[in-house]
Write a protein that binds this ligand. Sequence first.
Ligand code: 1HE
Length: 268
Amino acid sequence: MTAKLDPTAFRNLDIQAGEDGVWIVTLNRPAKRNALDIATIEELITFFSAAPRAGVRAVVLAGAGDHFCAGLDLIEHHDADRSPADFMHVCLRWHEAFNKMEYGGVPIIAALKGAVVGGGLELASAAHIRVMDDSAYVALPEGQRGLFTGGGATIRVSDLVGKSRMIDMMLTGRVYKAAEAVDLGFAQYLAEGDSYDMALRLARRAAENLPLSNFAICSAVSHMTNMSALDAAYAEAVVAGVVNTQPDARARLAAFADKSAARVRPDE
Ligand code: 1HE
């Protein structure tokens, strides 16, 4: 079962398909600091729903301009003057997009710079790897705006850095700059140069893995951390049963056995 992805069908996202299966998805409203309006969320759903069945082997998720993402489109939200039920449905669409990302099975590497705030941090947290450069900073300004997180921060941001840190950020508007943010666990990498270059390198490396392995890594781990330990152990065994016996893995195992495969070394 395959899906088609037409890069020209997107307006708020710039989509570039790489020949190596690494696709570049760029939030493309730099004049609005890539704030997430409804149309952008719908495009994220469209892209990440199809990606696992469209031959996408890895994604670099980036932002156009100086900022990754300014979070919820506050102007759209203000102008729409939404009812509670309306905004609940908005949040459910955000969850649809971000769950498709986290559980979809395609590695997503976020290239972070400038503001990664509010819903922008929620979006970044749904990626599997986050790379920051020196310009990046994270914050949850919801408290100051009279809002609350609605795009999964209570789940993913607290998972990354803990409940008490998240609550402090929301109460006080605390901002963490890149180096400290990486130390605390908001991102796995601090790039010396451009976060995009490093994210692309990492995405290309991940794309060399077998797709079924990556599917398990970028889906099963998240599912299993939602389960009891007993159920997770069972599910892990089932997933490993499928992944670890895949025919495509035999050549890789044979290469290890005949000593032609690269060894695991600290400096490679
Ligand atoms: C926006 C948004 C936005 C910028 N919605 N339009 N998020 C926030 O509270 C962050 C709000 N944004 C900012 O703090 C700043 O804009 C930035 C630090 C990201 C960038 O600053 P700067 O000086 O480069 O840009 P700017 O002059 O503030 O904004 C440039 C334009 O982008 C301007 O539009 P213009 O038409 O007047 O030129 C801004 O209005 C627009 N813009 N950010 C809409 N967020 C599911 S619940 C999630 C809840 C949240 O995410 S709350 C956090 C919201």
